[in-house]
Design a binder for this molecule. Structure first.
Ligand SMILES: Cc1cc2nc3c(=O)[nH]c(=O)nc-3n(C[C@H](O)[C@H](O)[C@H](O)COP(=O)(O)O)c2cc1C
Length: 201
């Protein structure tokens, strides 16, 4: 049975536009692929701490040398990585906040990037160790940036996922959500049409 991991990062939980988009995509996907196990990680409700020196040093030392917090944080990182490694499909709700990622999603990135586990360094450069996954990103923005130099978010997400080995990545954009009802309505309509296309593609 295939496994779909849905990662939501809107501050507004289930009311977030990106969460609603990711939910709409997941519903379509599960209808088309009913034999799929579905797991949700909501980063607004289950916040991951900011990485700090104690945590990152704890990742790299043997279990019996970790202090209590390091053991707890390494266990959380291990769990988040296990969720990704056992998934076949990732669906990420991605709002734009202050031209960047939600800090909760950045923390998730920080907790799943582990040398020797999700990537390794080689003489040819870093190699991702998370293979055979497909990722769908549901990007919600108040303004319009797609295809411009201001859209640094797309490149960052693509680069991070590629770094750990996830290269099959599709973006669905809903832009201009704060630019009036007409633009918002059309944008969500277009995003849903893209979802319909991707689910059967
Ligand atoms: C704190 C905050 C910062 C935002 N910064 C931006 C921004 O830099 N660019 C933009 O186009 N929209 C920005 N917006 C608008 C959001 O991208 C838009 O409301 C989107 O729907 C957010 O997704 P969400 O509803 O899933 O949280 C911001 C919204 C919030 C709450």
């Amino acid at each position: 049975m295939a496994k779909l991991l849905q990662i939501n990062s809107s501050l507004f939980g289930e009311h977030g536009q990106s969460t609603q988009l990711s939910q709409k995509f997941v519903e379509r996907f599960l209808t088309a692929n009913p034999d799929t196990q579905h797991q949700v990680r909501d980063l607004a409700n289950q916040q991951i701490p900011h990485l700090d020196a104690e945590i990152v040093m704890g990742f790299g030392i043997p279990e019996d040398q970790k202090n209590h917090r390091q053991a707890e944080m390494t266990a959380l990182s291990d769990q988040l990585i296990e969720e990704v490694k056992t998934a076949d499909i990732l669906v990420i709700g991605l709002p734009m906040y202050n031209f960047s990622l939600p800090s909760t999603l950045k923390s998730w990135f920080d907790f799943i990037a582990r040398a020797g586990i999700t990537f390794k360094y080689t003489e040819q450069g870093p190699v991702g160790l998370v293979e055979g996954k497909k990722a769908y990103i549901m990007a919600a923005r108040g303004g319009q940036y797609q295809g411009t130099d201001l859209d640094t978010q797309t490149a960052l997400v693509r680069q991070f996922l590629g770094f750990i080995g996830i290269r099959d990545v599709e973006f669905v954009y809903a832009e201009g959500l704060n630019m009036g009802d007409d633009i918002k309505g059309q944008s969500i309509h277009d995003a849903e049409a893209t979802m319909d296309y991707l689910v059967v593609a």
